[in-house]
Design a protein around this ligand. Structure first.
Ligand SMILES: Nc1nc2c(ncn2[C@@H]2O[C@H](COP(=O)(O)OP(=O)(O)OP(=O)(O)O)[C@@H](O)[C@H]2O)c(=O)[nH]1
Ligand SMILES: [Mg+2]
Length: 233
């Protein structure tokens, strides 16, 4: 088996938001944004009206238990902002968080949890799909993928839907602390290869751990590029 190539910067360089390796300025902009106050704005369930903020939104999607709520907490440096659970399917509503009046973080219910009641699955997925399809404010979906498992068919369904809706998305590998470096590099390569076939997907797939903080500063930098400018300069 050939050796894994070193994790070098993308040869394409910074070709767009979230691509390549962030500069120090971008890392600092991300740190600054995510150090702002972050408050719970509200939740949507069932056929609720979705809140209107006029701010760009970044949504965190992925299978149940993949680590969506944990990633929101890690990004904002708060342990208890988004609820974390040992029970898959915990987040059953769309939760909106306001980050410094510049960016809305959206914690979505998970999909693909086999043991959840059918009615629950229908309710979550109808709400989540409605949100993902028809949300002009939605600047980016972070599609979280457990690095131990790689992309599953349920993730592929969501990718296809995001492609159809022309919603910009990027895959983010989670729970990297559970993986050996070589296996992690392999799952990253496989995921990036798969993303290359999806028109609305960013080509790079950052590796993160909410537990160790790996990749969090870089993801903050990528997401800060989507935020509204700070008020008053
Ligand atoms: N080792 C490790 N565990 C993690 C990490 N992120 C999340 N977890 C654990 O994974 C479980 C699920 O995390 P959540 O953040 O609740 O996952 P979720 O995707 O929001 O789950 P649902 O809301 O149920 O869809 C919890 O036990 C977390 O502690 C990580 O980076 N490393
Ligand atoms: Mg959750």
């Amino acid at each position: 088996m050939p050796a894994d190539p070193p994790d070098a910067a993308s040869p394409k360089g910074n070709s767009g938001p979230g691509d390549g390796v962030p500069t120090l300025e971008e890392i600092e902009a991300g740190r600054h944004l995510f150090a702002q106050d972050c408050g719970f704005l509200g939740a949507a369930v069932g056929t609720d009206r979705l809140p209107q903020t006029g701010l760009p939104e970044v949504a965190f999607a992925g299978r149940s238990n993949v680590g969506k709520s944990s990633l929101v907490n890690a990004l904002t440096g708060r342990r208890t902002l988004a609820r974390i659970s040992h029970t898959p399917g915990r987040t059953q509503q769309i939760n909106f968080f306001d980050l410094g009046g510049r960016l809305i973080l959206v914690d979505l219910p998970g999909y693909g949890y086999a043991r959840a009641a059918k009615a629950d699955i229908r309710r979550w997925s109808a709400l989540t799909r409605r949100y993902l399809r028809g949300r002009p404010e939605l600047a980016r979906v972070c599609l979280l993928i457990d690095s131990r498992h790689g992309a599953k068919d349920s993730d592929r369904e969501i990718m296809a839907e995001l492609d159809r809706a022309a919603v910009s998305y990027q895959a983010v590998l989670t729970k990297a602390d559970k993986m050996k470096p070589q296996a992690l590099a392999a799952v990253r390569r496989a995921t990036e290869r798969e993303l290359a076939a999806h028109p609305a997907a960013h080509p790079e797939c950052p590796v993160t751990s909410a537990r160790t903080g790996l990749g969090i500063a870089e993801l903050r930098a990528a997401l800060a590029m989507l935020a509204a400018p700070a008020r008053g300069g």
